[in-house]
Design a protein around this ligand. Structure first.
Ligand SMILES: Nc1ncnc2c1ncn2[C@@H]1O[C@H](COP(=O)(O)OP(=O)(O)OP(=O)(O)O)[C@@H](O)[C@H]1O
Ligand SMILES: [Mg+2]
Length: 444
């Protein structure tokens, strides 16, 4: 074999796993192993497999789920499914789902080796088509959801163009990370990437920060100062929260975008700079233009390439991956041995609406890793906003009044040691009404 092919083998039966590995090793493959689907996904973060051979039946994330995950986020990796004798249906489903092929147990290693090499050739073809998702993922940017795939495709295409990019998204959806991804994939990646948050300073200071000033331009301007546009020359300038930029500076930014020209505060000399501008906002700029708070010509100029980041509640299928990504990060940082979350916790995290999006998820994971007493993060380790479970927090979908009434009664009862008289008093109803509600909602 001329090229070393990397193979990840996944099986929950330790003996079979050993046997597979030693045979593959002696046939000249580079191998890694994992005991189940989840472990396999974790391995794939470091081990860039060309081919994954996976058993179908496994306790934690079976072969089919692993296959789906791989097709979503590492689409060039080829998967060979191991199926039990007589389960042709599973095999067919696997291939339809995107597996390269299947092998029925028992099988010969010769047969398997040939198949791996064929799968590898397929992988090479796929990679040549350029797998943008994987590239971005290696740069720390992840998304398997449909809208995110679109986002990643736009990033990939927009990056080398040098055009202005406008990123829109709620707080914590990854606007800064998206801007960095555009920068990393651009032809300017070896030049500076400068960030300015437009909400951070008042207008006059902002102008001097952005364009610099001459000595004596205003009190406190004791010497000449370079602006960020000068530092960012030949590089990229990321203007965060662009909706906060005042109208006066909007005009100056427009000039910069159109002519590459600017003046330092207090100077009459026009300077030139060559920068790429990326902006982000969580405001509706269209609406702002109608209200006269944002220049229409500037919006027009900014809106050449548009990236809209979906909120986390609209891409819940990504929660699991992000969850483990952050667990991995923080267990290393805090030196804790954590394997995952309990199923209760997982359900709760999936039900939650995540108003603070990915940043909120990351913060929850960080604090839970710190608080966790065991290897598995359970309810006790979650921040207090989750206390009381799903009924207490904002969850997706609208609840009926009856559901709210029921959970409220349960809560007040619990707070009063099940004392019905007291509960009825607090709820402002008489005891018989409380009893009928308890019966209606089947409480106790
Ligand atoms: N697609 C992603 N994959 C992995 N991590 C992500 C992703 N998007 C965001 N994050 C992480 O979530 C956190 C918030 O992201 P970021 O700061 O880019 O969001 P933002 O939209 O700029 O938020 P804000 O509006 O609050 O400024 C960061 O720690 C970032 O690394
Ligand atoms: Mg930000």
């Amino acid at each position: 074999m001329s090229k070393k092919i990397k193979v990840l083998v996944v099986d929950d039966q330790a003996e079979l796993l050993e046997l597979l590995e030693s045979n593959l090793l002696s046939s000249g493959f580079i191998t890694e192993k994992a005991a189940n689907g989840r472990e396999a996904l974790a391995k794939l973060k470091e081990f860039q497999a060309d081919v994954v051979i996976t058993d179908y039946m496994m306790p934690v994330m079976n072969g089919m789920e692993l296959l789906k995950n791989i097709k979503e986020s590492h689409s060039a990796i080829q998967v060979i499914m191991l199926t039990a004798f007589g389960s042709l249906e599973t095999a067919v489903t696997a291939v339809k789902t995107g597996a390269y092929d299947y092998v029925t147990k028992p099988f010969s290693f010769k047969e398997l080796s040939v198949l791996i090499e064929k799968a590898y050739n397929e992988r090479v073809k796929k990679t040549e088509k350029n797998d943008y998702k994987e590239d971005l993922k290696n740069a720390g940017y992840f998304g398997s959801n449909k809208k995110m795939s679109k986002v990643m495709e736009i990033i990939e295409k927009a990056a080398p163009s040098g055009s202005t990019v406008l990123i829109y998204g709620e707080t914590g959806t990854g606007k800064e990370l998206a801007a960095k991804a555009v920068f990393e994939k651009s032809l300017r990646k070896d030049k500076p990437f400068v960030i300015l948050n437009c909400a951070a300073l008042q207008e006059s200071l902002m102008e001097s920060e952005l364009f610099g000033h001459e000595k004596g331009a205003f009190t406190g301007a004791v010497k000449d100062k370079k602006g960020l546009v000068e530092f960012a020359d030949k590089g990229t300038l990321f203007l965060d929260e662009i909706g906060e930029l005042g109208l006066n500076l909007q005009a100056k930014l427009l000039r910069l975008l159109e002519q590459g020209e600017y003046r330092r505060v207090g100077s009459t000399v026009t300077k030139k700079t060559d920068i790429r501008v990326i902006v982000a906002t969580n405001k509706d700029l269209q609406k702002m233009t109608k209200e006269g708070n944002f220049r229409e010509d500037l919006l027009f100029r900014l809106n050449i390439i548009n990236i809209e980041l979906p909120p986390l509640r609209e891409r819940k299928e990504d929660i699991q991956y992000l969850l483990y990504l952050f667990i991995d990060k923080y267990k290393k940082e805090f030196n804790k041995d954590i394997e995952g979350v309990s199923s209760d916790v997982f359900k709760l995290l999936m039900a939650y609406e995540w108003p603070g999006n990915i940043r909120e998820l990351e913060n929850v994971v960080e604090s839970s890793v710190i608080m966790s007493k065991g290897k598995v993060i359970d309810m006790d380790a979650l921040p207090s906003k989750f206390v009381g479970g799903v009924s207490e927090i904002k969850i997706t979908g609208v609840k009926t009044l009856a559901e709210i009434e029921k959970s409220h009664i349960i809560k007040v009862l619990a707070e009063n040691n099940n004392n019905k008289l007291k509960t009825a008093q607090i709820l402002g109803i008489d005891r018989t009404t409380l009893y009928s509600k308890l019966k209606l909602y089947k409480i106790e």
